[in-house]
Write a protein that binds this ligand. Structure first.
Ligand code: SAM
Length: 187
């Protein structure tokens, strides 16, 4: 299995985590709505803890792909999930891959991106990419580690979230290292 701690030591700013997501976080991120999704995009799958859960819930004919910027993670994910589509690219480019799948938009985005580690420009570009790719009534789910929200980059993340996806709901998942706040805008 790919070692997330090792990747964190090499690329702390893009990896943003020292442990894979817990099964509790993976469950909170995937919920029950995926059963009727027709196009799902995952951002920053890392070791695939959430990918695994997504794959058990989406219907067989659902368009699904992940965008993972770290080529070591994406190579391992391809090995682990040979039936899933994983692109080694940045979350800024969702639209490019939707086009590749003959889709104009998706109805669900599930993001594990390390928001509080990203600089302002990257945060903005990815929010625009998500906003432009999601159908009007689409669902977005993402998380941030609880402690990260205290930093200026965490406040910037929450402002961008509220700006792009008003009325987003949140809940804390304590059974994760570290505890995480899951944000979800339902369909
Ligand atoms: C917090 S980790 C994800 C942990 C994951 N949930 C797990 O259980 O392993 C964040 C992931 O986002 C990826 N990432 C960071 N910036 C990215 C970007 N701009 N586009 C796509 N992936 C990115 C990192 O390489 C890393 O795999």
């Amino acid at each position: 299995m790919v070692n997330i701690l090792k990747e964190y030591l090499v690329n702390p700013k893009t990896t943003g985590a020292i442990c894979p997501s817990s099964s509790y976080l993976a469950e909170a991120m995937t919920g029950n709505d995926l059963l009727c999704a027709d196009c799902v995009v995952e951002l920053g799958p890392g070791t695939g803890a959430i990918t695994e859960k997504i794959l058990t819930k989406i219907p067989q004919d659902c368009t699904f792909f992940s965008l993972e910027i770290n080529p070591i993670f994406s190579a391992k994910l391809k090995e682990k999930f040979p039936d899933a589509t994983v692109y080694s690219d940045s979350a800024e480019n969702i639209q490019k891959y939707l086009e590749k799948h003959n889709a104009k938009e998706c109805n669900t985005i599930i993001s594990s991106l390390p928001w509080t580690f990203l600089d302002q420009q990257t945060q903005r570009k990815i929010f625009e990419s998500m906003h432009n790719s999601l159908s009007k009534d689409g669902k977005v789910v993402t998380y941030s580690y609880l402690h990260g929200l205290l930093f200026p980059s965490g406040r910037r993340f929450r402002n961008l979230l509220n700006q792009h996806f008003p009325n987003i709901q949140k809940k804390i998942v304590w059974k994760n290292i570290p505890p995480a706040v899951v944000y979800e805008r339902k369909k």
